[in-house]
Design a protein around this ligand. Structure first.
Ligand code: NAP
Length: 297
């Protein structure tokens, strides 16, 4: 790369904050925008420019990264007279790292192509702790040359870049991976609920898993405290996994595929969401299994 990119980062939530901080630590010139301006304060203290609107941010950058909740949030930061797209043109790159639907990604890729903007569909695998350590896995789709050119930027946030092909292949891969995350979390919650019902200490489940080389898994270890202490401080908010499960089921249905286990997990998550737990960690589904009356699926 000839000159280091000037990065504009949109969305300083659980993931975006950690990712943008890693870009700053890596020495990139980073400007930020966040809907709730208060969350930009630590970046201002680090010497980053804070933009008042996504459009103003895009004017400060040649590479814009979005890491917001969902398609509605993407529209809010990209579209309209103050949206980032209004200030992006040929020579600029847009990297979307939020998890959205394949249809949304395909439409965005088309819009960027029309405007001459280079687009990377690049959702991430890994939650808050891996984002903080710069150990995410980046699922990249777009021009291979662009992925290669931006490899140092991507590697400032993650340990590996998996090239998936043309957009929306990054998003499609992300949904396949999150199908597994949803089911693994549900499996842990159900096992803990069953252990409790059988008068076993649920910690024994984690001890047995950790002792078995075939079942010892960093994800299980990461969720152990959530499940055992019933501390559901969010690393991956339930509402985002529920969104992803719905994207997964919609894509499956479009392709004539039934995913009965994911469908059951989605119902369980919906129950938790309707109980007001959307902002808590995904592992909060345990509550919907153990609270009375139990969830009916
Ligand atoms: P989060 O903590 O809920 O943060 C969401 C961000 O989106 C915040 O910056 C929020 O701004 C912004 N936002 C939401 N609605 C908006 C709107 N209408 N207009 C403008 N900005 C809006 O989410 P997160 O956990 O960082 O996740 C971000 C994305 O990454 C999601 O797509 C999620 O599925 C995906 N993801 C999450 C994880 C994880 O473990 N957490 C892992 C991989 C991928 P405010 O600060 O103003 O609310």
């Amino acid at each position: 790369m000839s000159a280091a990119p000037r990065i504009g980062f949109i969305g300083l939530g659980i993931m975006g904050r950690a990712m943008a901080l890693n870009l700053v630590k890596a020495g990139y010139r980073v400007a930020v925008y966040n809907r709730t301006r208060l969350h930009t304060m630590e970046f201002a203290d680090l010497g980053c420019q804070v933009a008042a609107t996504p459009r103003a941010l895009a004017k400060l950058a040649d590479t814009v990264i979005t890491m917001v909740s969902d398609p509605a949030a993407m529209d809010a930061v990209l579209e309209g007279p103050e949206g980032a797209l209004s200030a992006l043109s040929g020579g600029n790159t847009l990297i979307n790292m939020s998890t959205v639907s394949p249809d949304y990604t395909a439409a965005l890729a088309k819009k960027c192509f029309t405007a001459g903007v280079d687009f990377l569909d690049c959702p991430v695998s890994g939650s808050k702790p891996l984002a903080e350590k710069g150990q995410l896995v980046l699922l990249a789709a777009g021009k291979k040359a662009t992925v290669e050119k931006l490899d140092p930027v991507l590697k400032a946030m993650g340990r590996a870049v998996i090239y998936a092909g043309a957009p929306p292949a990054g998003t499609a891969l992300k949904l396949c991976v999150n199908l597994i995350v949803g089911q693994m979390t549900a499996a842990l919650a159900e096992a803990a609920a069953l252990a409790g019902a059988l008068k076993l200490d649920p910690e024994l489940v984690f001890t047995a898993l950790a002792a078995n080389p075939a079942l010892d898994c960093a994800y299980f270890r990461a969720k152990k405290e959530n499940i055992l202490k019933k501390d559901f401080t969010p690393a991956f908010p339930l509402q985002h996994m529920l969104k992803d499960a719905r994207f997964i089921l919609a894509e499956a249905a479009k392709n004539g595929l039934e995913l009965p286990v994911t469908a059951a997990v989605e119902k369980l998550m919906e129950k938790s969401y309707n109980s007001g737990y959307g902002g808590q960690d995904l592992s909060v589904i345990l509550r919907s299994l153990t609270e009375c009356p139990p969830v009916k699926i």
